[in-house]
Design a protein around this ligand. Structure first.
Ligand SMILES: *Cc1c(COP(=O)(O)O)cnc(C)c1O
Length: 396
């Protein structure tokens, strides 16, 4: 037998973390790396945060899981707190981002079904989007690398260019249920949509009674300096898919919706065995305890500005490699003039800095939101040293 016990769907690298300390990861062979990947925008309080770890340990010892057949004081409290702090009136808890997007897709279709328009079942989605790895979420993108070999895909998605309002408007017809869009594309390469584009989608939805779904799985939960990134753009969605940072490292996701948009999601229409169990809710509550502290969001914005300007200052010194910086808050992308994957590996293997490659030659910089100025300085030093010692793998 040559297959590995761990199904070989990831090309895993040689860095094998066994312990986390704040903004650092320590590997099996004792290497220590500055973690500006945060498990891909997940560990927003870093590793081993005392408040989050204690909340999880205490809840695990008290009550870990019960069925959603029972009343949920923990789920009600967590949902109430989210509702109190964002556009939504109601929340469905999931265990992952893809599941949150699935719930959002079902909510949008079911809205039109409930209004007697079951033919309105097509969501307009956008090029280079990433919504997850389930059948519906790979059907909602046009990325061949995600879809290859998995046909037949689900019907009900039309993909148009990102940030192109006219293309989006032209795709609307009597079958349209709404739009599914990342306000800031993550995997696609830290590409923020324009305010005009998102506002334009909002206007179309208002004119034609369509559902505007934001996939904030990566850009949500304080990453941009706002609880959700829609606040940065000043455009209110009908449904938001949330996950990644929301559990601070514990698997939690949420589909947030207005009362109107959730009109079809009545008893019996959706479910999850684990979703929103007491342990997940304790993790989510502990994350909210920290990020809803009065100065937290302003700090994320300020640290985002400082990191961004430090990165920008570094660019002219390495202008054969670095192109530009983009993103919002602490969701930043350093665009390279070459493919970013080899440079991300070089930073990891030779400079003890963890980042994540993304589309469009971008190095994603997604630090824990609790970084201080010393971590920013260390990141920039490592990037500079990494750029100086980097030689392009032979372009054959
Ligand atoms: C990561 C991600 C997902 C999928 O989340 P999973 O937890 O891996 O299922 C969906 N949408 C966006 C924008 C993401 O970044």
């Amino acid at each position: 037998m040559t297959i590995t016990p761990l199904m070989p769907v990831y090309p895993r690298c040689g860095f094998r973390p066994v312990k986390g300390e704040g903004c650092y990861l320590i590997s099996e062979d004792g290497r220590r790396a500055l973690d500006f990947a945060s498990g891909i925008a997940v560990n927003l309080l870093g590793h081993g945060h005392p408040h989050l770890s204690k909340a999880i340990a205490d809840q695990a010892a008290t009550l870990m899981h019960v069925s959603n057949l029972y009343g949920s004081p923990q789920g009600e409290a967590f949902a109430q707190r989210l509702v109190d702090n964002c556009f939504a009136d109601t929340v469905f808890f999931t265990n992952s981002g893809a599941e949150a997007v699935e719930c959002a897709i079902k909510t949008a279709r079911r809205y039109h079904h409930a209004k007697g328009n079951p033919h309105k079942n097509v969501l307009i989605t956008f090029k280079n989007a990433f919504h997850g790895r389930t059948m519906a979420t790979i059907s909602a993108t046009d990325q061949e690398k995600l879809r290859d070999g998995f046909a037949p895909l689900l019907e009900g998605f039309v993909v148009v260019p990102f940030d192109d309002l006219e293309a989006a408007r032209a795709a609307v017809n009597e079958h349209t249920a709404g739009f599914l869009v990342e306000p800031i594309q993550g995997e696609g390469g830290i590409r923020p949509a324009s305010q005009e584009f998102l506002q334009g989608l909002r206007d179309i939805c208002d004119e034609q009674d369509l559902i505007l779904v934001f996939d904030e799985v990566q850009c949500g939960v304080a990453r941009t300096g706002y609880l959700y990134a829609y606040e940065h753009f000043g455009v209110i969605p009908d449904v938001v898919a949330s996950a990644k940072g929301i559990g601070g490292g514990f698997p939690v996701g949420a589909c947030l919706a207005t009362e109107k948009a959730a009109a079809g999601m009545v008893a019996g229409t959706h479910g999850s065995t684990y979703g929103g169990n007491p342990l997940a809710c304790a993790a989510g509550m502990a994350v909210l305890d920290v990020i809803l502290e009065p100065d937290f969001m302003d700090n994320v914005k300020a640290k985002g500005e400082r990191l961004r300007s430090s990165l920008e200052q570094m660019i002219p010194n390495h202008d054969s490699l670095f192109d530009s910086v983009r993103g919002v808050g602490l969701m930043l992308g350093l665009k390279l003039k070459v493919d970013s994957r080899a440079f991300v590996a070089h930073l990891r293997d030779h400079h003890g800095l963890l980042t994540v490659a993304a589309g469009d030659n971008v190095v994603r910089i997604l630090p824990p939101l609790i970084i201080d100025d010393s971590h920013i300085a260390e990141c920039v030093e490592k990037l500079s040293a990494g750029a100086a010692s980097f030689t392009l793998p032979d372009a054959a």
